[in-house]
Design a protein around this ligand. Structure first.
Ligand SMILES: Nc1ncnc2c1ncn2[C@@H]1O[C@H](COP(=O)(O)OP(=O)(O)OP(=O)(O)O)[C@@H](O)[C@H]1O
Ligand SMILES: [Mg+2]
Length: 227
């Protein structure tokens, strides 16, 4: 079964009188347990593509399937369940909740799932250790550095043990060593749980972890590497 499948997907954005074609006919399939890198110049459509895969935005034409279900045909309730149970999304802009601490931001998806407090704590503490944030767990986002915020966003996305992880430049604010530690964590999850990963990045280190790399330009996949 394909985890993600796109069929001839198009997406335009209109701003005032100008129309930008963000995706210009994309088809692709991701199998379970794949780790795929997505590269391409700024503005080539990477974030748009990830948003469509995560059901955060919808295609103008073409179809997007996740586990063989068309995202555009899901009810709001089904979409919410998909986001909460299946998907871990790491936003380019982090999207942390400003009034919650690092600990609470990571805990929040587990609260939504109705997990008991004791189990939540255990999971959050383990994830704080894994992403190296134990010392700052009681800091709010505005009291964290950019790289620390990024790691909270990563921890929050991985904490529910999602089947599909979509990450938008997950190492953009991290030094090489911290970035590598994060990629090792993702690789472990990929190997142990067969988690599927899609990672948009400008960082060659990230794609050194992804056996498959798709190159986007002007809203099209112009090249694919399998190593
Ligand atoms: N909400 C929006 N409204 C208008 N135009 C948009 C919107 N979102 C994206 N675009 C345009 O769509 C195109 C693709 O943008 P996208 O964010 O997908 O690029 P990207 O590959 O993620 O770039 P980067 O590497 O800088 O993150 C760009 O030309 C961008 O200006
Ligand atoms: Mg982007």
């Amino acid at each position: 079964m394909m985890v993600v499948s796109l069929e001839q997907v198009y997406k335009e954005y209109k701003l005032g009188k100008t129309t930008t074609t963000a995706l210009n006919g994309i088809s692709l399939q991701l199998a379970e347990g794949e780790m795929v890198g997505l590269m391409g110049p700024s503005g080539s459509g990477k974030t748009t593509l990830l948003n469509l895969m995560g059901g955060i935005d919808f295609a103008d034409r073409g179809r997007v399937f996740v586990y063989e279900q068309a995202l555009a045909e899901m009810s709001d309730r089904q979409l919410a369940a998909f986001r909460s149970r299946t998907l871990g999304f790491i936003f380019q802009s982090f999207n942390l909740i400003p009034v919650l601490t690092a600990f609470e931001n990571m805990e929040y998806p587990l609260v939504l799932q109705g997990m008991a407090k004791k189990e939540r704590r255990r999971r959050v503490e383990a994830m704080l250790t894994a992403v190296g944030l134990t010392a700052v767990k009681n800091h709010r986002p505005d009291e964290l550095s950019g790289g620390q915020r990024q790691r909270v966003a990563i921890g929050r996305a991985l904490i529910t043990r999602p089947k599909l992880v979509i990450a938008d430049e997950p190492t953009g604010n991290l030094d090489q060593k911290t970035g590598k530690a994060i990629m090792e964590l993702m690789k472990q999850l990929n190997e142990k749980e067969k988690t599927t990963f899609v990672l948009a990045t400008h960082d060659p280190m990230v794609v050194s972890y992804t056996p498959r790399v798709l190159y986007l330009r002007d809203g099209l996949i112009v090249r694919e590497e399998v190593r």
